[in-house]
Every structure is written in C-alpha cells, then in structure tokens.
Design a protein around this ligand. Structure first.
Ligand SMILES: Nc1ncnc2c1ncn2[C@@H]1O[C@H](COP(=O)(O)OP(=O)(O)OP(=O)(O)O)[C@@H](O)[C@H]1O
Ligand SMILES: [Mg+2]
Length: 404
C-alpha cells in the first residue's frame, strides 16, 4: 500500500530529522529557511551549523567570519556563492574545525534544488573525524612500513654486495690452491711419488668443491641483488648434452650407477644461456648420482610443441631414494634439503635446486618434479627453444636478458 503524497513527505522530513547529519536549506539570498533537528539542537557557536546560524541573516557571511576556526571557510563561502549565482550545481569538500587546540573533520555537501522558477540550496555537514584519524593512522603505518621495507632492502643489498665481494676475495686464493695442487699432483704422478698423490688429490678435490659452493653463493647473491644477467645465444642441444654427459659419467660410475642417454628426434638449437643450462643439468644429474646407488640414471631430451610454442624438455630420471610429497614443497627454497638425515648423510648446501629453478625461470622456463619415496625421482626442465626476440644470425651478437 502506498502512502498519500503529503503523508510520505511528512515521514521523509522526520527521517531527515533523525539522521546523524546537519542539514539546512538556503533561499536564493543565502539565508537559512529550514534546518533539521540535529542542526537546530547543535549548540557550538563557532561551527558552521547549529542554532546560532538560524539567528544570522546570511549564511554566507557566517561562513566568511569563521576563518579563525575553519581555515577553509573562504573556499566554502565562495563555492556556496557560486551555487546561489547558479554558476555551479553542487559542491563537496572536507574541512577542518579547530577549537580548543583540537582538530575535528567535517564533510560538507551543498547542492542546488530547483523547482520551476524557485530554487533552494541544500547544505549538509557530517562529522568524519573518526574516518580521518583512521586514514591518518593507516598513512602513518604505511610510511613506517615503507621505511622498514627500504631499510630491509638496503640491508639486503648491502649483504648481497658484501657476499659478492667476499666471494671474489675467496675465489682468488682458492684458484691458486686448486691450480698449484693440480700442478703438484701432475709432478708427483710424473715422479711416481705415490706417498704424496692421495694427499694432493684431496687438496685438489676439496678446493674444487669449495669453489663450486662459493660460485653458487655468488650466483644467489647476484640474483637477489637483481644483478644477474644471462647471455642468450643459439647453440646445439646435442653438443651440450655430449659435454654434460662426459662430465657426469665418472660421478655416475662412482656409485655403481648406469647412465643412459635418450635423445628423441632432431633436437636442433636452443636460444638460451649455455653456461646456465649446463649448470642446471649438472646440478640435476649430480643430485641423481648422489641419491642413487647401484641404480639407473637416465637423461631424456625431447623437443615438443606445447601451447603453440617450441620447447626443449630435459628429463633427469633416477631410481634412487626418492622424495616424499611433504619434502617436495621445500626443495626449491634456498639452502633447503629434504631433511636433517639427508644433510648428515649426503652433505651439500641445498642451493643447487633453488638456483636451477631461478635460472630456468629467468630463461622463461621452469623445473618440475615427479617422485616416489624409495623408488626414484624425475626432474623435468622445460626451456623455450626460441627466445622471444629473434636472434641475429651472427651468434656473436649476444642478447642480454636481465632478471625479470
Ligand atoms: N634426485 C634426487 N633424489 C632424492 N632427493 C633429491 C634429489 N635431488 C634433490 N633431492 C633433495 O633435494 C635437496 C636439495 O637439493 P639441492 O641440489 O638443492 O641441494 P643439495 O644437493 O643437498 O646441495 P648442493 O646441490 O647445494 O650441493 C637435497 O638435499 C635432497 O634432499
Ligand atoms: Mg645438489
């Protein structure tokens, strides 16, 4: 059932009375004609609403005289005057009211209400101090967080630079140790100095191991500092596989593992950073050798088209200890190994997989894993065969892709 028009108007007017807003209408001269209950009951003589306004002839004059308490009062008076002159239809602003050294915030909306030749201006004030305080607190928190983030970034940058410098300082003497121990080993072998050979071999291989750890840490710090650059060039996948296999064969044999290579179809060339692809494959294959004993290690390489793109897939399979579902989620994190038993039993730093995945992703590819505890694992490296930007025929023209 709908109310008669005069009845619904009455209800609307009482609704306006109970609103937590201060509402009044001005006539064409800018004088108050009516005000809601909240406005009429308000007693603060310095605010822009309240019973004191009703005694003033001109609301505009009242606005301009409030400068002491309301810094924006001139802007308000000017905007209201423009509405009264029919130069604008409405106006909205948030203003401060400063009294007794406390600051409160109000929202002011004014709009023209026109009926045939007659018009009124509706003026509405609403207190928004709570919202403003919350906004201010949020802003302060954001600034605080930004400062903390900048400090953390600076500290991380400083740490990465320190690690990079330290790695360089460590590598120089280490290279000397490796070089001289290799020389001495050759000499000892030539002179059949059997007593010295095992010790020199230990110095040489420990030096190489240490160098590889330092290189991994240097790579990680470069990636974290956003300074890792890849050199992308076109190279033959077969040739790379050949080099990697010759390097990994002795390692596979050390633990009685058989190494199988399966290359399906014509693999052709790939546009990637050859040094990093080699590093990824060596990491995965050396893991397979490390975690498999008297088993089978297989490197399968295919070229496949997926989602309209040409990909090269490297499958590194082993029949070793395998990885549980729970362990899998941790493996690709920096310095993370499956569990404490692995750390104690097999050593290692837990950087190989983290770095391999980062490099694969920088080349717009990825690494995935399929494994069953106790049965073996398959790590799958997927790399785009063709870099997005076409390579120049001259392979000496190298594209530099910064970390994205
Ligand atoms: N083929 C695999 N079989 C079983 N577990 C594996 C295999 N490859 C990796 N893992 C697990 O993943 C962990 C992380 O491997 P990652 O290569 O990152 O480190 P790591 O081999 O322990 O040390 P690093 O490679 O730095 O010398 C390993 O410690 C191991 O627990
Ligand atoms: Mg490893």
């Amino acid at each position: 059932m709908t109310e008669p028009p005069h009845e619904s108007k009455r209800i609307l007017l009482s609704a306006i009375d109970v609103l937590p807003l201060y509402i009044a209408t001005l006539d064409g001269e800018g004088n108050i004609c009516a005000a809601n209950l909240a406005w009429r009951n308000h007693k603060d003589p310095y605010s822009l609403f309240g019973n004191h306004c009703l005694e003033n002839a001109s609301y505009l004059k009242l606005c301009t005289s409030s400068k002491k308490y309301i810094p924006e009062s001139f802007v308000i008076a000017r905007a209201l005057n423009q509405i009264l002159q029919l130069q604008r239809h409405d106006f909205h602003m948030e203003y401060r009211y400063i009294h007794n050294q406390t600051s409160r915030w109000f929202s002011l909306k004014a709009a023209l209400c026109q009926e045939e030749n007659d018009f009124k201006v509706v003026v509405m004030h609403e207190e928004i101090t709570a919202r403003k305080k919350a906004e201010q607190a949020l802003q302060e928190t954001n600034i605080e967080l930004a400062i903390q983030r900048d400090n953390a970034l600076n500290a991380s940058q400083a740490k990465s630079e320190f690690v990079a410098n330290m790695s360089h300082e460590l590598r120089t003497p280490l290279n000397a140790i490796i070089g001289y121990s290799e020389l001495m080993l050759e000499e000892a072998e030539e002179k059949n100095n059997a007593a010295a050979i095992p010790d020199l071999q230990k110095v040489f291989s420990a030096g190489k191991q240490l160098l590889s750890i330092i290189n991994d840490i240097l790579d990680l710090s470069k990636i974290e500092a956003g300074k890792m650059e890849l050199l992308v060039e076109s190279f033959s996948v077969d040739s790379l596989v050949e080099v990697v296999v010759s390097m990994i064969k002795p390692l596979a044999e050390e633990k009685g593992n058989s190494l199988h290579i399966e290359i399906s179809g014509n693999l052709g060339t790939i546009d990637a950073d050859v040094k990093r692809v080699k590093q990824i494959l060596l990491n995965l294959l050396s893991n397979a050798c490390k975690f498999t004993e008297k088993g089978v290690i297989r490197l399968r390489v295919t070229r496949e088209e997926k989602d309209g793109k040409d990909w090269v897939f490297f499958y590194v399979e082993d029949s070793g200890i395998g990885i549980s579902k729970e362990q899998m989620s941790r493996l690709f994190r920096n310095f993370s190994q499956a569990d404490a038993y692995i750390t104690g039993q097999y050593g290692g730093t837990g950087l190989g997989l983290a770095l391999s995945r980062k490099f694969s992703q920088m080349m717009k590819g990825d690494i995935s894993l399929d494994s069953t505890l106790g049965k073996g694992s398959t790590f799958i490296v997927k790399l785009p065969a063709i870099a997005k930007t076409s390579l120049n025929n001259d392979t000496s023209v190298i594209q530099r892709f910064e970390e994205t």
